[in-house]
Write a protein that binds this ligand. Structure first.
Ligand SMILES: Cc1cc2nc3c(=O)[nH]c(=O)nc-3n(C[C@H](O)[C@H](O)[C@H](O)COP(=O)(O)O)c2cc1C
Length: 165
C-alpha cells in the first residue's frame, strides 16, 4: 500500500514525527511537506497564524509536490495553534481530491491543549470521502513510538469496501 505522509511543521516537532512514521510504514511511504505560499515565521505564527486559525482562513499553498489521488492511504500531521489545527492543513484538506473511502490517520503534535482539533479535522476529511481510522495526539516531549505503532496498525487493516471483492 502506497501511503502519502503529509505534514506541516514550523518548529520541527511534527516533521520529526512524520519522518519517523514514514520510515516505519511498510509498502513505501512518501513524505510531503505542506508549505504556505507565504510562510509563517515564529513571530508571525503567533500574530497572524493564530488569527488565521480562529478565522478558519483558507490560505494559499505552494504547489503540491505529490498528487494525493495517486496514493492508497493518507497520514496527515499537524501542529496545534490556538487550540486547533493549523491553516496550511485546512488549506490542504480543502484542496484534496475526493478520497472515495481511502484510509486516513490523523496525528497532531501539541504543547498542552489541543481543544477541538480532533473533532473538526476528522469531519472535514470524512466530508472529502476519507475513512479516518485513527486520531492520535502526541504531546511535545512524549514518546512517539506509540503513535507510530497506532498508525501502522490502523493502516494495516484491510479497506472494508474491498474486503469482499
Ligand atoms: C503560534 C503557535 C501557537 C500554539 N498554540 C498552541 C495551543 O493552543 N495549544 C497547544 O497545545 N500547543 C500550542 N502550540 C505548540 C505547538 O502546537 C507544538 O509545539 C507543536 O508540536 C509544534 O509543531 P512544529 O514543531 O511541527 O511546528 C503553539 C505553537 C505556536 C508556534
Amino acid at each position: 500500500m502506497k501511503t502519502l505522509v503529509a505534514y506541516y511543521s514550523l518548529t520541527g516537532q511534527t516533521r520529526a514525527l512524520a519522518e519517523a512514521i514514514a520510515s516505519r510504514l511498510d509498502g513505501g511511504a512518501v513524505l510531503d511537506e505542506i508549505k504556505p505560499l507565504k510562510p509563517y515565521g515564529r513571530v508571525t505564527a503567533y500574530v497572524f497564524g493564530r488569527a488565521d486559525v480562529v478565522n478558519k482562513k483558507i490560505i494559499a499553498l505552494s504547489p503540491a509536490k505529490r498528487d494525493a489521488s495517486a496514493f492508497d492511504a493518507l497520514v496527515l500531521l499537524t501542529p496545534i495553534w490556538a487550540s486547533n489545527f493549523v491553516p496550511p492543513i485546512r488549506a490542504f484538506v480543502h484542496s484534496l481530491p475526493q478520497g472515495n473511502g481511502k484510509p486516513c490517520v490523523l496525528c497532531i503534535t501539541y504543547g498542552g491543549n489541543y481543544g477541538s482539533a480532533l473533532d473538526e479535522l476528522p469531519k472535514l476529511l470524512e466530508a472529502k470521502g476519507y475513512a479516518v481510522r485513527a486520531k492520535i495526539a502526541v504531546k511535545n516531549g512524549e514518546k512517539i513510538d506509540e503513535a507510530i505503532a497506532k498508525t501502522a496498525a490502523a493502516l494495516a487493516a484491510p479497506v472494508l469496501e474491498n474486503a469482499f471483492a
